[in-house]
Write a protein that binds this ligand. Structure first.
Ligand SMILES: *Cc1c(COP(=O)(O)O)cnc(C)c1O
Length: 403
């Protein structure tokens, strides 16, 4: 007999928990896609998405998952045979690199391993060595969802400026968008990539690109730009269907409207960021306390380098799989699968799991996640120090609102 008879709690790094209000907003008949309210609705969404990205640049929404925005970013800025530098801090750089290579772009990888962020000084040296400025773009993730590292984007931009290098800076914010603090314009990012199913709390199916004037200029020489991905056609659309290169993702738009109302106009973005920081700190405190005996430990040791949206945890051999199974099948909590970080892990992810803590979450959801893990550790006799939950509640009780 299991104890899994309530609503299953999802703690995976996307799709995140979808608010009932978002689901309800989508529950309606199909609207007119040629004229009427959908047109203004979309314009409002574009403006509000730009507020989340903190940019005055342009924005487009694609029907697609995060991979579609990866491809769109390359298509609009690069030509076949161009060189780019992809910074790797986990497995997610591989995905973007694979798409770039498939499109005929020459990829140079600058690899910082799977337990640290990108080193700006090292980047600066690589860019200085590129005297002919062959590299057209520097591409990296803000948060790597496999390692749960967070890269220091302003430091990356400073390194590019210090090297006097003209490459575009393209940042994948899929796992950090509306979770971790981000300022596209102030941080000097040229292209930002996002998707709707993580911090934006909307079912998977839409991705977003944000781009500034410098990136728009790159678009005019890019020979990889195709009719479907062309952001220019979408931004300057004279008829509504051109914005989508076809049918709009109608119901997703209603859902996203509700989600953005919650984020921007009810909770407000600074509070959303602060809430994510607090919940992340509570989770880190629990893992660190449990890990005072046994094998449990955080993959990223420096708190300043950790994502506020996802946490990667090491366990003893196969304990991660046993714990995930117990939590999901017996208790009703779905934890994130560990994405293998090295070739040496043995069974892929068998000693790694991830906790997704992005989006529509409150204190009971965080404490239920930690409490279920605590019970699982005990039920499975996985060695741990018995102080994890107290450590988490101490963090939460000390919360001070950002105003
Ligand atoms: C989830 C994620 C992706 C991939 O998004 P899909 O919707 O699965 O294509 C890419 N990059 C990062 C950082 C992510 O977290």
């Amino acid at each position: 007999m299991t104890l899994n008879h309530g609503r299953t709690l999802m703690a995976i790094p996307g799709p995140s928990v979808i608010p009932d209000r978002v689901l309800a907003a989508m529950h309606r008949p199909a609207p007119n896609i040629y004229e009427g309210p959908l047109i203004d609705l979309t314009e409002g969404l574009i403006q509000d998405l730009k507020k989340v990205a903190r940019t005055d640049g342009d924005a487009v929404i694609y029907l697609g998952n995060g991979h579609s925005a990866w491809e769109a970013a390359i298509s609009n800025t690069l030509s076949r045979g161009d060189d780019v530098l992809i910074i790797a801090t986990g497995r997610f750089a591989d995905g973007w690199a694979e798409i770039a290579r498939g499109m005929g772009v020459k990829v140079q990888i600058l690899d910082f391993g799977t337990a640290a962020d990108a080193d700006p000084e090292h980047l600066e040296q690589v860019l200085r060595d590129d005297r002919e400025h062959r590299l057209r773009a520097v591409m990296l993730v803000h948060t790597d969802t496999a390692s749960s590292v967070k890269n220091d984007i302003p430091a990356i931009r400073r390194a590019m400026n210090a090297a006097g290098h003209p490459a575009l800076l393209m940042v994948d914010c899929i796992a950090s968008f509306a979770c971790d603090e981000y300022h596209m314009d102030d941080w000097g990012v040229d292209v930002t990539v996002a998707a709707c199913q993580k911090g934006l709390m909307t079912p998977p199916g839409m991705s977003m690109l944000f781009f500034n004037a410098k990136a728009a200029k790159a678009r005019s020489r890019a020979d990889l730009v195709t009719s479907y991905w062309d952001w220019e056609k979408r931004v300057r659309a004279e008829i509504f269907a051109h914005r989508w290169a076809g049918t709009a993702p109608t119901h997703h738009l209603f859902g996203l409207r509700e989600a953005l109302d919650m984020i921007l106009y009810e909770e407000t973005l600074p509070h959303v960021w602060a809430r994510h920081t607090l919940f992340a700190q509570a989770i880190w405190a629990a893992i660190e306390a449990w890990g005072q005996s046994g094998d449990l430990r955080l993959n990223i040791s420096d708190p300043a380098k950790r994502s506020s949206a996802v946490t990667t945890v090491w366990t003893g051999h196969d304990d991660a799989n046993r714990l995930r199974s117990w939590c999901e099948d017996f208790a009703g909590l779905t934890l994130g699968l560990g994405i293998s970080l090295t070739e040496m892990d043995g069974s892929p992810g068998g000693n790694l799991f991830r906790i997704g803590h992005m989006g529509h979450l409150n204190v009971p959801m965080i404490m239920a996640t930690l409490g279920t893990i605590d019970a699982g550790l005990k039920a499975l006799n996985i060695p741990h120090h018995d102080a994890g939950l107290t450590a988490a509640t101490q963090v939460i009780s000390g919360f001070e609102s950002p105003g």
